[in-house]
Design a protein around this ligand. Structure first.
Ligand code: COA
Length: 160
C-alpha cells in the first residue's frame, strides 16, 4: 500500500469508505437522532471539503483507506471492509501520527465512540491509551449532536 496526500479525484472513493465504515463502527453506538444526517451524500460533501486534511492508502490504484488529521487530532481512520485485518489501518494510523508530529505536537489525540470496541482494540494495539470519556459534538447542519466518546492519546515524536 502506498500512502500519499489525498487529491480531489479521490473524494468519491473516500466518501464510499467513510459512509460504509461509519455505519460499521457507529450504528447502535450513537444517538438515533444523528442517523438522518449521516447519508451517503453527507459523506460525499464532507470528503470533498476535507481533501487538504486527508491522506489515503492506495492498493492497485484504488483507495483502501484514509486518515484525516487536523492539528494534533486524528479525526478519522477508515479502511474499506476488504482491507481490514491486513495491516493497512496500522500503516495509515502511523502516517497520521507522523503528521501530528510534523505539525509540531508531541502528543496526538482522537475520539472514538465508547461502543466502537473494534476500533478501541485497534488503537490499543497501536499503543494508544484511553484517557477519559467526554461528549463529542458531532456536526450537523442544525447544530451539534453529542456522542459519548473516549479520548485516546499517544505521544508522537516531534523532533524531526
Ligand atoms: C477501525 C479500523 C480502521 C481498524 O482497522 P482493521 O484493519 O480492522 O484493524 P485490525 O486489523 O487491528 O482488526 C481489528 C479487528 O477487526 C477484525 N477484523 C479484521 N478484518 C475484518 C473484517 N474484514 N471485517 C470485520 N472485522 C474484521 C479483527 O479480527 C480485529 O478484531 P479483534 O479486535 O476482535 O481482534 C477498521 O476496522 C475500520 O475502518 N472500521 C470502521 C470505521 C471505524 O470505526 N473507524 C474508527 C472511527 S474512530
Amino acid at each position: 500500500m502506498d500512502i500519499r496526500p489525498a487529491r480531489p479525484a479521490d473524494s468519491g472513493q473516500i466518501a464510499a469508505i467513510w459512509y460504509e465504515g461509519w455505519r460499521d463502527g457507529h450504528l447502535g453506538h450513537v444517538p438515533d437522532a444523528l442517523l438522518p444526517y449521516r447519508t451517503h451524500e453527507s459523506f460525499v460533501e464532507r470528503a470533498a471539503g476535507r481533501i487538504a486534511d486527508t491522506a489515503v492508502g492506495v492498493v492497485d490504484d484504488e483507495v483502501a483507506g484514509f486518515v484525516m488529521v487536523v492539528d494534533d487530532e486524528v479525526k478519522q481512520v477508515y479502511v474499506s471492509a476488504r482491507h481490514r485485518g491486513t495491516g493497512s489501518a496500522g500503516a495509515l494510523l502511523a502516517e497520521a501520527e507522523r503528521l501530528v508530529a510534523a505539525h509540531g505536537h508531541d502528543r496526538a489525540w482522537l475520539a472514538v465512540a465508547t461502543g466502537n470496541v473494534r476500533a478501541r482494540r485497534f488503537y490499543e494495539r497501536q499503543g494508544w491509551t484511553a484517557n477519559g470519556e467526554f461528549d463529542y459534538p458531532a456536526y450537523t447542519d442544525e447544530g451539534p449532536i453529542h456522542v459519548r466518546c473516549l479520548r485516546y492519546e499517544k505521544p508522537v515524536n516531534s523532533s524531526f
